[in-house]
Design a protein around this ligand. Structure first.
Ligand SMILES: Cc1cc2nc3c(=O)[nH]c(=O)nc-3n(C[C@H](O)[C@H](O)[C@H](O)COP(=O)(O)OP(=O)(O)OC[C@H]3O[C@@H](n4cnc5c(N)ncnc54)[C@H](O)[C@@H]3O)c2cc1C
Ligand SMILES: Cc1cc2nc3c(=O)[nH]c(=O)nc-3n(C[C@H](O)[C@H](O)[C@H](O)COP(=O)(O)O)c2cc1C
Length: 731
């Protein structure tokens, strides 16, 4: 909820200011070049910081008869003076040598027009108001964006930690925002301030005030400006202007008056003493600072950053649009509004397969002329109108909900549904798992208990996406709802890529017929250890998943057990070097290693070791990894041994603990139960335990960890599963 408020605000603010922001960013980027040119000009005669006002006065005294005033302009000194021929002139001089130079070049027309556009969008006063408001909106957009970034990274301190890879626009939107958010906040705030000043809401330039000062009438000989000691300590870079005393007579009360960035000082022309100092206050300094921050004045590097920040705003607008369009496309699963639909389909799906089937039912309802609303189970809202609720969900983990359905039962429990509705549930799962379609069963039970709900069609359970299971239930459901059953629309639209076999071992040489297959794909394809490779062995059949370990050369390493009647494992075992296969990467975020981990416990049996070998290869910072592995025999272990001993000797794995079941029915669970100290230390220090392999082993290991937690007054095991410290990928 909070996330959506931030997201909505970010999106809404960007929408209302988008055109002004585009205009301001493009013109801002152009103007930053003007600032860079200006800075280059300012220092064209050398570093003004290392020359004093006194040196300039000295040069002027030696070259001209009398000087009246100096004003620094674009790195030149504009001087009003009396030449040696007695002519009064205002000329530009080199501030170091006092030689006359040509006046500064007029600003190019492009820059002056761009500046007018940037300040008022060529709309005069209205434009200035709009620009001021847009700056304020930009500030709020940056703040809401920062809030979204903090939520995405988990906390403020994690902002500069690795950003998980998503699609191009989402990734770079987040990546660039953390580098430019501060610059954008500063641009926005200084822009607001300058607008307020333009409308005189905040005071403008401060005029110096000096108390009236009289000269001592007995002093008659003025000193030279170059002898005034204060001028020796003020650099030309600090100088704004210097006015010389006009009259040398004490009764006229004339003085030197020097203005720098920080102060305005009146100096006695006879003694060189400071008579009065007016220090500019915070407000004046803040306005000078705001101007410098907004325009890049005074710093080439800041001007470059401003230019990049302006370009980044343009990228944020474009990528934000792409992200929003994608989100809308994703969100707008249905054509009708929730509140008016006759049918509401809520889906739980981890990898999108169940959604394919749900869409086919959605299409069927549309073909029947019904209004339908399709969404994920987690987005469930209670309804105030009569409707039919159809829940279609898979089961994950060990009888648990898929990620986009894990809040549904709680929401249903709390919902205040006033109108009556009827419901049906269709579950997707696999009979290979002990809790076949358990989550769908739980959902049906919860709905049955709901006061206003009536069951329409009994629950359907689909094993391994079987079309016949699905079609027979759909037939029943269509009859119950008086719908015509149109033909199938459940085609697999996944796209597959080519992978080349780099090497393969002989399954026949392994006691459990397990083999190692290493593959190379398109170098642009991204994956990490723990992701899955999906292979569809037969057209129209279900995909098989294999855990990926990333090898030392970035190749995919799979360890596959060849099943006697197994379609896919048989096919793969018959591959030879250089053969090509079609497959796709399934990102398996929940089974990635934690970021910047310092220690990790990995528990596996059989081929479950595959992602762990890859994770150890990826452990470049030599974090402490303890690997537990259970198998049938020492011979069974030989397939993995060469890789593991390399990893151990390079320090990427600290300890490997093995157990073999062939003699004493000894399993990896025993190793865990005998290592309570390691488990307690890991769980209490926030380290992770990752489990991969057979479901039976996974359950056994969880039981042992549960016992350790209970005995040692740690949290319940579900706590560690929920906070991601215990990660499982069992099959
Ligand atoms: C997240 C995940 C990760 C996985 N990672 C790996 C991995 O790293 N390594 C790995 O080896 N596996 C892994 N698997 C399992 C893999 O996806 C396949 O399920 C496995 O390879 C079997 O597929 P298959 O096509 O060979 O067998 P299938 O054709 O799907 O057969 C499944 C089972 O039924 C049996 N069977 C098939 N036909 C008959 C018949 N006519 N009579 C009797 N029995 C029959 C087979 O022997 C087999 O045991 C993973 C699964 C998941 C879900
Ligand atoms: C890691 C994993 C765990 C699973 N756990 C279960 C389970 O406990 N019970 C079950 O019936 N099916 C389980 N399944 C099978 C899926 O529910 C089934 O493949 C489903 O069709 C997937 O649909 P989806 O891609 O839409 O989520 C599991 C599948 C995987 C990959």
């Amino acid at each position: 909820m909070i996330l959506s408020v931030w997201r909505f605000s970010h999106f809404f603010l960007a929408c209302i200011s988008v055109f002004f922001l585009i205009g301001a960013s493009v013109s801002g980027a152009i103007l930053s070049f003007s600032s860079i040119e200006q800075e280059n000009r300012n220092n064209q005669f050398g570093d003004l910081d290392s020359f004093s006002v006194s040196q300039l006065c000295d040069s002027l005294e030696s070259k001209y008869k009398e000087t009246y005033s100096i004003e620094m302009k674009q790195g030149l000194a504009q001087v009003s003076l009396l030449t040696n021929d007695g002519k009064a002139e205002t000329i530009y001089v080199n501030p170091i040598t006092a030689d006359q130079v040509s006046p500064p070049k007029k600003e190019s027309r492009l820059y002056s027009l761009t500046r007018i556009f940037h300040r008022s969008l060529l709309l005069k006063k209205t434009g200035r108001i709009v620009v001021g408001i847009s700056s304020l909106l930009l500030f709020f957009i940056a703040v809401t964006g920062l809030a979204l970034l903090v939520r995405r990274q988990g906390s403020f301190v994690n902002i500069f930690k690795k950003i998980s890879k998503e699609d191009f626009y989402t990734y770079w939107h987040a990546q660039l925002s953390r580098f430019f958010v501060l610059a954008i906040v500063l641009i926005a705030l200084s822009g607001v301030y300058l607008s307020l000043e333009r409308f005189e809401i905040v005071p403008g330039e401060q005029a110096p005030v000096h108390s009236a000062v009289q000269n001592d009438l007995n002093q008659f000989s003025p000193i030279k400006a170059s002898d005034v000691s204060l001028f020796k300590n003020v650099s030309l870079a600090e100088l704004e202007s210097l006015v010389f005393p006009f009259s040398p007579f004490p009764e006229d009360g004339d003085h030197f008056q020097i203005k720098t960035k920080d102060s305005d000082v009146v100096i006695n022309q006879f003694t060189g003493e400071v008579i009065s100092t007016f220090n500019f206050g915070f407000q004046q300094k803040f306005r000078v600072w705001s101007y410098a921050v907004h325009t890049g004045k005074g710093s080439i590097s800041w001007s470059v950053i401003l230019c990049m920040a302006c370009c980044s705003i343009l990228f944020f607008i474009f990528s934000g649009l792409q992200i929003s369009l994608k989100r809308l496309k994703h969100k707008k699963l249905s054509t009708s509004e929730n509140s008016e639909s006759e049918f509401i389909i809520l889906v739980g799906s981890e990898n999108g397969n169940t959604m394919r089937f749900a869409r086919s039912i959605y299409d069927l309802l549309i073909l029947n002329g019904k209004s339908v609303f399709l969404d994920y189970l987690n987005n469930y809202k209670s309804q105030q109108h009569e409707h039919h609720l159809l829940v279609i969900t898979s089961t994950y983990g060990l009888g648990e909900a898929p990620a986009n359905a894990n809040k549904f039962l709680k929401k249903l429990h709390k919902a205040k549904q006033s109108a009556a509705f009827d419901f049906s549930v269709l579950g997707f799962g696999s009979r290979n798992y002990p809790d076949f379609c358990q989550f769908a069963i739980d959902v049906e039970e919860a709905l049955k208990k709901h006061t206003n709900a009536t069951k329409k069609t009994g629950i359907g359970l689909v094993n391994q996406q079987s079309k016949s299971d699905f079609n027979s239930w759909k037939q029943r459901w269509c009859i119950d709802n008086k719908l015509s059953n149109y033909s199938e629309t459940t085609e697999n639209t996944n796209t597959y890529q080519q992978f080349e076999v780099l090497s393969i071992t002989d399954a026949a040489l392994h006691p459990k017929h397990t083999f190692r297959l290493s593959l190379r794909g398109d170098p642009k394809t991204e994956f990490v250890s723990g992701d899955l490779l999906a292979i569809r062995p037969v057209e129209g059949e279900q995909e098989r998943l294999y855990s990926i370990g990333v090898g030392s050369e970035g190749e995919i390493i799979l360890y596959i057990k060849k099943h006697f009647f197994g379609v896919c494992s048989q096919q793969l075992s018959e591959l030879s070097e250089s053969d090509k296969i079609q497959a796709r990467i399934v990102t398996n975020k929940k089974f990635h290693t934690p970021e910047d981990y310092r220690s990790l416990i990995l528990v596996s049996n059989g081929t479950g070791i595959a992602p762990f070998i890859g994770m150890a290869f990826e452990n470049k910072s030599n974090a402490v990894i303890d690997l537990f592995w259970g198998g049938k025999s020492a011979e069974d272990f030989q397939l993995y041994e060469p890789q593991l001993s390399d990893l151990k000797s390079s320090g990427r794995i600290k300890n490997v603990y093995t157990v073999f079941s062939e003699n004493k029915k000894d399993y990896v669970q025993r190793l865990i139960s005998e290592s309570p100290d390691k488990i307690i230390e890991a769980l209490s220090n926030g380290a992770s335990i990752m489990i991969c392999g057979s479901i039976k082993m996974g359950q056994g290991v969880l039981d042992e960890i549960g016992v350790i937690c209970k005995k040692n007054n740690l949290e319940e095991i579900d706590f560690y599963k929920d906070n991601g410290q215990i990660k499982m990928d069992c099959y």
